[in-house]
Write a protein that binds this ligand. Structure first.
Ligand SMILES: Nc1nc2c(ncn2[C@@H]2O[C@H](COP(=O)(O)OP(=O)(O)O)[C@@H](O)[C@H]2O)c(=O)[nH]1
Ligand SMILES: [Mg+2]
Length: 334
């Protein structure tokens, strides 16, 4: 499989790009395998493939969804996704979850909660690439997103568990970022870091049904009040707070309408393109930083000096700043 993939990558690159652009699911899956591979020859092929299929253009909606485990992300994505495919949209669902090595792939395990969507020929569900740093996982997901768009998916939903930094990375690759909450966590506002509220374009309180309905509404009111104190991210967009019941399929369309309103607030296609261009520029910066650090760490000539200086920093003989400058200077000389 590995060998044949590499061979295919070398010989049939244009065919693969064509297959992806034609919306062929096997080609898309092969392309994703290339993009997610850490083998250097695959990386080169993946970059060639991305170059061949970009820019996909079209009216793609990139939607990020973050929320703690159990708030109902999978149930929500199933409900939203199936209603979008019923409208004729092609939906891709991706996950960014750097911890998925441990959990065995969040979305894959969740496919049982996305049963209809998983079977839907208009939908494509891909678990988080496993392994590596958050930066690495997020980068591969971003590239998978671009491949899915090239293959004709016009709504890409990127799911992430709202713990740690992954939501920042997801917010930086989507147009609209939704924070999903649910009552019953007990700790309400305290449980959510202010940081994630600051990047949310929409806050949706799920499980607004049955016994939880009143608690959900109270929670929504509380968050609306808290949001009012924050500075809006877009000049003409005040983040909205909505309630829904993913399980009952209620309020889902209202969330989608809010997503479309946020998109309107971003502006026309030119404004959207400018925003995405800015995101791509920021990603370039991240890639450069990660790449440089990786190159430095892999450089055998620098490694021994780094180990030596580390000891001196630990002993308090040398400041971390001075040590870093010395290591960088040595690395740059090579
Ligand atoms: N009452 C109620 N339960 C829900 C709703 N959405 C999801 N759940 C339940 O919450 C639990 C976690 O849902 P899941 O979609 O797996 O959450 P995730 O971990 O965020 O993906 C499951 O038991 C769901 O059945 C909802 O709208 N109302
Ligand atoms: Mg889930």
């Amino acid at each position: 499989m590995r060998a044949s993939l590499a061979a295919m990558a070398k010989k049939a690159q244009p065919d693969l790009a064509e297959g992806v652009l034609a919306g062929d699911r096997r080609a898309l899956a092969q392309g994703i395998t290339l993009v997610e591979s850490s083998r250097p020859d695959h990386r080169a092929a993946a970059e060639a493939l991305l170059e061949a299929v970009l820019p996909a253009g079209g009216e793609v909606v990139r939607l990020g969804i973050s929320g703690a485990p159990g708030v109902g992300k999978s149930t929500f994505i199933e409900a939203l996704g199936t209603s979008l495919t019923a409208e004729g949209r092609q939906v891709a669902v991706l996950a960014v979850d750097p911890s998925s090595v441990r959990s065995g792939g969040s979305i894959l395990g969740d496919k049982t909660r996305m049963e209809d969507l998983a079977r839907d020929p208009r939908a494509f569900i891909r678990p988080s690439p496993s392994g590596g740093t958050l930066g690495g996982v997020a980068r591969r997901s971003r590239e998978v997103m671009l491949l899915c768009e090239a293959a004709g998916h016009d709504v890409v939903i990127v799911e992430t568990v709202g713990v740690g930094q992954s939501e920042i990375a997801v917010a930086a690759m989507v147009d609209t970022f939704v924070l999903l909450l649910a009552p019953g966590g007990g700790d309400a506002l305290q449980g959510i870091k202010r940081g994630i509220m600051e990047i949310a374009d929409l806050i949706v309180v799920n499980k607004s049904d049955g016994d939880l309905k009143r608690a959900a509404e109270a929670m929504a009111a509380q968050y609306a009040g808290a949001l009012g104190l924050l500075r809006p991210i877009l000049a003409n967009w005040q983040p909205e707070v909505l309630t829904c019941s993913a399980a009952a399929g209620q309020g889902i369309d209202e969330v989608w309408q809010a997503v479309l309103r946020h998109r309107q607030a971003i502006g026309d296609q030119t404004a959207l393109a400018a925003r995405r261009a800015e995101q791509a520029r920021a990603w370039l910066g991240n890639e450069l930083e990660e790449g440089l650090v990786a190159a430095l760490r892999a450089d055998p000539g620098t490694a021994s000096l780094a180990a030596e200086l580390e000891v001196r920093v630990e002993a308090g003989e040398l400041s971390p700043g001075a040590a870093a400058r010395e290591i960088i200077a040595a690395f740059l000389k090579h």
